[in-house]
Design a protein around this ligand. Structure first.
Ligand code: C5P
Length: 222
């Protein structure tokens, strides 16, 4: 992978899960490990980019040369990204952002009683769609974790959110997706697609960044 190929670029990434508080001790979250996003951040830094990694709660060390911003909730992730997007040239949304948050998190620990209970949930902002829809939007890359009809669902997502590129992977299958060391991606853009992997997430990150760089140069020359 060419060492200085992303020199001059500012890559902003999101990674990991978000936590949506129910009360001071409980939250709603998911199984994202953050590994794909951290591997991409490390690879982008190795390629000479300035890298800002906005991460949910994960148990991973910060890659060398990467500026890391830790957040918990989707709302915090949204604010942290929007505050850093102005001079960003490539935005890669790897985070498994919770689609919903608890409408009114309790200030004190909720006590149980014999009755059933229901939690009211409200929609979270879509960070990726907001970045892609902004003025002077960077080159935007989304991820789509799918359990069925992977290509069709991913391409629909790419168009709906107005993205330059989408990387789709299967979840719930051995050797891919959440919390796995290896992954395989089906990457598509307006007018093309390529299959990457299965390979370790570090290797896959470099391969994906190569495709991103090619499409970015194509877009710039148009
Ligand atoms: O629509 P869906 O959640 O499947 O889209 C996944 C893509 O959108 C991922 O790249 C994810 O990081 C991003 N996303 C986001 N903010 C949300 C939901 C998803 O940035 N609230």
């Amino acid at each position: 992978f060419p060492a200085r190929s992303l020199a001059g670029e500012h890559v902003v990434l999101t990674a990991g899960p978000t936590r949506e508080a129910i009360d001071p001790v409980r939250y709603i979250s998911n199984r994202s490990s953050g590994r794909m996003g951290f591997a991409l951040a490390a690879a982008a830094a190795r390629a000479g980019a300035r890298v800002t990694l906005v991460s949910g709660p994960v148990a991973l060390p910060t890659p060398p040369g990467v500026e890391r911003v830790d957040v918990e909730s989707a709302a915090q992730m949204h604010d942290a990204v929007m505050a850093r997007i102005a001079d960003c040239t490539i935005f890669i949304a790897c985070a498994a952002v919770a689609d919903y948050r608890v409408a009114t998190p309790a200030d004190a620990k909720i006590k149980k009683n014999d009755a059933d209970m229901a939690l009211a949930l409200v929609r979270n902002p879509d960070i990726l769609a907001d970045v892609a829809g902004g003025a002077q939007a960077p080159f935007t890359v989304g991820f789509a974790a799918e359990t069925n009809d992977m290509q069709a669902n991913a391409e629909g997502k790419r168009r709906r959110k107005g993205l330059d590129m989408i990387a789709a992977n299967w979840v719930g299958r051995p050797g891919s997706g959440f919390d796995a060391e290896d992954n395989a991606l089906e990457v598509s853009w307006d007018g093309g697609s390529v299959a990457l992997g299965p390979s370790p997430k570090t290797r896959l990150a470099e391969a994906l960044l190569e495709v991103v760089e090619q499409r970015l140069r194509d877009k710039q020359s148009q």
